[in-house]
Design a binder for this molecule. Structure first.
Ligand SMILES: Nc1ncnc2c1ncn2[C@@H]1O[C@H](COP(=O)(O)OP(=O)(O)OP(=O)(O)O)[C@@H](O)[C@H]1O
Length: 665
C-alpha cells in the first residue's frame, strides 16, 4: 500500500505548473472517460466505509495521547510525508491526526462523512456535499495533509470575505500542526501578497489568484524552464532586485470551495490585466450618439434581439441617421463609424438597465453579475460600452482600458498540478466539470437525514396576483414567528419586494449586491425568530444561517423564491439556505407569467394562451408550471455552456497564436 500517489517536483525556486494541454476537445473527452473507468475500477478506495475504517485504525491511539505526544506524532508524520510523499497510508494517518487536532483546537471533530469528502479531495475529485454539511472544515483535511508534505496549498473560495473569515477561523488548527497560513484578499500590496504566498496554506479567491498568476506570467515571460528560474532566484538574491521577484510559488494544489460558482459561473468571462489608454472618443461624441439614438423608433428604425443583447438598424433607421448626422462633426459622415456608435448607444439605452445589469455607486457605473447579484468592482465593459453607459447616466467618463495579458479560468485552473473541490450543487454541471477540468464528482452522504420540504412552485398569471399571494404567505408564516428568507433575481427586484413588504407593514431587512461582510452579518441573522430577509440570489452565500432559539420547533427557516432563476442549480442553492445539517426547513417558489425571466423567453402569443388557463388568484396547474419553469432554464443552461465552450476555444486559439508570435498569454 505504499505506492506513491502524487508528489510534485518542488525544487527550490521553481514555479511548478502543468504544461498547457494540447489535446483537442475530443481527446480531452476520451481522457476524461478513461479516467472515469479507472475510478470505477478502484471504487473500493472511494467508499465511505473504507475511509472511515482506515482512519479509525490510526485514530484510536491518538485519542489518549497528551499534547506533547501529539506534537511528536505531528513531527513524525511531517517527516514521513516529506520523505515519501502522499502515499495512501500516510494520507490516512494524516487524516486521523488532523481530525484529532481539530477536535482539540477548534472544538470540532470531523464527521465520518467529512472524512470521506476530504478523502475524495486529496485524491483530486470533486466532493458533492449538501449545503451546510461543513465543507470548510472538510477542506482542512486535504489542505493540511498536502501542506504537511511540503506542497503549497491554495484554498479558493468565492469572495474575499469568506477567504479572510476561513483563514482566521482555521488558524488555530493550522498553527497546532505547525503550518503557516494566511489570506490574500483585495487591496493588498504586492509585497504583502508575496509574503502571504510563502505560507503553507493560502486562502484566497479565484479572482485574486488568477490575477496574481497573470502578473507572474508577465514577469516570467515566455520561458518557464526550471533552470531559468534558479538563475533568476540566484540573481535576485545577489542583486536584491526584490521588485522582480515572483508573487506566487507556482500552481501546485488548489482546493476549491463552492466549485460550481468558481469553475462554472465565473468561467464566462476571461480575466484580463489591462492598462489604461486615452479615450478614442470625446464625451461630446457619446452624448451625440445618445441623442441620435433617442430620435430613433423601436421596430421602425431598429430591432432588438433581447437574448443576445444586440441591435440591428433597419434601412429606414440608417437613412434617418444619415440625415440627422449632417449638422454634426466630420466623423459622423463616416457611415460605419456612425452606425457603430449609435448601435452602441441603443444597446446602452435598451439592453442595460440600472439596478439590473449595473448599479451607480459613488457616481460610478459598476457592473453586477446577473447570475449572482454581486458587484464586480474591477470589471468594465469593452469597446466603449462602459463609457456610453457612463454618458447615459451623466457620470464622469472613465478612461478606456486595453488588454495586457489574459487567461480564462478554464485554462488557469487546468494548470494546477492537482485540482480538487467541493460544492453542494454540481449535479447539473458534473459532465462539464469532468470534461473541462478533469474533476470527477462523487456524492457524499449527509451527516444527518435532510428534513428540507419543497412545498410548491406556483405560477400566477399576473404580477398583482403574485404579489397578493406572496404577502398572504409571508403574513401567515410571520404570524407563526418563523423566519423567512426571500430570494429575488436582481437589485431592482429586491427593492420592489421591499416596497411591497413595507406597504404591508412587515419589518424586514434587504440584502443586495453590497459588501460581503455586511451581507454575511445580515444573512447570519436570517434564521432568528420573526426575521424577514430579502436577498438577491447569491447574497451571503457561504455564510451559515443558524436557527434562533425555538425556531426549529416552529418548522425552521422558510425560503421563498420570487423569480425564475437562470438554472436549476441556482434554485437549489437558494433552497439550500434552509434545513441545514438535519434542521427542519421548507421552501417554495411564487412566480408570475409577467416575471422578466418568463417574459423574455416566451412569445406574447404563448403567454396570452397560458394566461387564459387560470384566473384571479389561481395558480397554473403544477405540471404545467413545472414545464414553464424548466424550459427556459434548460435553454439558458445550454446557452451558458456554449458561451463557456466558445470562450475556452477562443482562449486556446489565442494562446496558440501568441505562442507562435513569441508572446506568453
Ligand atoms: N464536524 C463538525 N462539528 C461541529 N460543527 C461543525 C462540523 N462541521 C461543520 N460544522 C459547523 O456547521 C456549520 C456549517 O458549516 P459550513 O458553513 O462550512 O457549511 P457549508 O457546507 O460550507 O455550507 P454552504 O454550502 O452553505 O456554504 C458551521 O457553523 C460549522 O462550524
Amino acid at each position: 500500500m505504499s505506492e506513491v500517489l502524487w508528489r510534485p517536483g518542488l525544487r527550490f525556486g521553481s514555479y511548478p505548473q502543468k504544461p498547457e494541454s494540447r489535446l483537442t476537445d475530443f481527446e480531452q473527452g476520451a481522457a476524461a472517460f478513461f479516467d472515469k473507468i479507472v475510478k470505477r475500477l478502484t471504487r473500493k478506495r472511494y467508499s465511505l466505509t473504507y475511509v472511515v475504517e482506515q482512519v479509525n485504525r490510526h485514530a484510536e491511539p491518538l485519542r489518549h495521547c497528551n499534547e506533547q505526544q501529539l506534537t511528536i506524532a505531528i513531527l513524525a508524520l511531517r517527516e514521513a510525508l516529506s520523505r515519501q510523499g502522499l502515499t495512501e497510508v500516510l494520507m490516512l494517518r494524516a487524516f486521523a491526526l488532523i481530525r484529532e487536532t481539530a477536535d482539540r483546537t477548534l472544538n470540532k471533530r470531523h464527521f465520518d462523512e467529512q472524512l470521506f469528502g476530504g478523502w475524495l479531495m486529496i485524491n483530486g475529485l470533486l466532493a458533492e456535499m449538501e449545503t451546510g454539511e461543513g465543507k470548510t472544515l472538510t477542506a482542512t483535511l486535504p489542505a493540511c495533509t498536502a501542506a504537511l508534505a511540503g506542497i503549497p496549498v491554495h484554498v479558493i473560495t468565492a469572495n474575499d470575505y469568506l477567504a479572510g473569515r476561513d483563514a482566521d477561523m482555521l488558524k488555530p488548527l493550522y498553527l497546532r500542526l505547525g503550518l503557516k497560513s494566511g489570506a490574500v484578499v483585495d487591496g493588498m500590496a504586492l509585497e504583502q501578497r508575496r509574503k502571504m504566498y510563502q505560507n503553507a496554506i493560502v486562502h484566497t479567491t479565484n479572482k485574486q489568484i488568477a490575477f496574481d498568476y497573470l502578473r507572474d506570467r508577465i514577469e516570467i515571460g515566455e520561458d518557464t524552464g526550471p533552470l531559468r528560474f534558479q538563475y533568476r532566484q540566484i540573481r535576485q538574491d545577489v542583486t536584491e532586485q526584490k521588485h522582480e521577484a515572483l508573487i506566487m510559488r507556482g500552481l501546485c494544489f488548489a482546493i476549491i470551495d463552492e466549485a460550481d460558482s468558481v469553475l462554472i459561473d465565473e468561467a464566462k468571462t476571461p480575466l484580463i490585466i489591462t492598462q489604461t489608454k486615452p479615450n478614442d472618443e470625446s464625451p461630446k461624441t457619446y452624448g451625440d450618439a445618445l441623442y441620435l439614438a433617442s430620435s430613433l423608433f423601436i421596430n421602425d428604425d431598429f430591432v432588438i434581439d433581447a437574448k443576445s443583447r444586440d441591435i440591428e438598424l433597419t434601412s429606414q433607421g440608417e437613412n434617418t441617421l444619415a440625415d440627422m448626422a449632417i449638422g454634426l462633426g466630420p466623423n459622423w459622415k463616416n457611415k460605419r463609424w456612425r452606425e457603430t456608435m449609435v448601435k452602441q448607444a441603443l444597446i446602452a439605452e435598451y439592453c442595460f438597465k440600472r439596478n439590473k445589469q449595473y448599479i451607480l455607486k459613488d457616481n460610478k457605473v459598476q457592473i453586477i453579475d446577473e447570475f449572482t447579484g454581486r458587484v464586480m468592482e474591477d470589471r468594465s465593459w469593452e469597446q466603449g460600452l462602459q463609457q456610453m453607459i457612463e454618458a447615459k447616466e451623466g457620470c464622469l467618463i472613465s478612461e478606456q482600458r486595453e488588454p495586457l495579458a489574459r487567461i480564462s479560468y478554464q485554462r488557469f485552473f487546468g494548470r494546477y498540478l492537482k485540482l480538487a473541490g467541493t460544492s453542494g450543487t454540481v449535479r447539473e454541471v458534473a459532465a462539464e466539470m469532468h470534461r473541462v477540468y478533469g474533476l470527477h464528482a462523487v456524492k457524499v452522504p449527509t451527516h444527518r437525514i435532510s428534513k428540507r420540504r419543497l412545498l410548491s412552485e406556483r405560477i400566477y398569471t399576473t404580477q398583482a396576483a403574485k404579489q397578493r399571494m406572496f404577502l398572504q404567505r409571508v403574513n401567515e408564516l410571520h404570524t407563526l414567528g418563523r423566519p423567512i428568507l426571500i430570494g429575488t433575481g436582481s437589485v431592482a427586484e429586491s427593492l420592489e419586494v421591499s416596497d411591497w413588504l413595507e406597504q404591508a407593514g412587515l419589518l424586514h431587512r434587504v440584502l443586495n449586491a453590497e459588501q460581503d461582510q455586511h451581507e454575511a452579518e445580515i444573512i447570519a441573522h436570517a434564521g432568528q425568530l420573526n426575521a424577514i430577509t430579502v436577498a438577491t440570489n447569491m447574497a451571503g452565500r457561504g455564510t451559515d444561517i443558524a436557527l434562533g432559539l425555538g425556531v426549529a420547533e416552529l418548522g425552521g427557516l422558510h425560503v421563498i423564491a420570487l423569480n425564475c432563476n437562470e438554472s436549476r442549480r441556482i434554485d437549489r442553492q437558494l433552497y439550500g439556505r434552509c434545513a441545514r445539517q438535519g434542521d427542519p426547513g421548507s421552501c417554495e417558489a411564487i412566480l408570475s407569467l409577467e416575471d422578466a425571466g418568463l417574459r423574455e423567453f416566451y412569445s406574447s402569443a404563448i403567454l396570452k394562451t397560458l394566461t387564459g388557463l387560470a384566473n384571479g388568484d389561481q395558480a397554473l396547474p403544477a405540471w404545467l408550471g413545472n414545464l414553464i419553469l424548466r424550459l427556459p432554464q434548460t435553454y439558458k443552461e445550454r446557452h451558458q455552456r456554449s458561451v463557456r465552450r466558445q470562450l475556452s476555444k477562443q482562449d486556446k486559439r489565442l494562446s496558440r497564436i501568441l505562442a507562435f508570435s513569441g508572446k506568453f498569454e
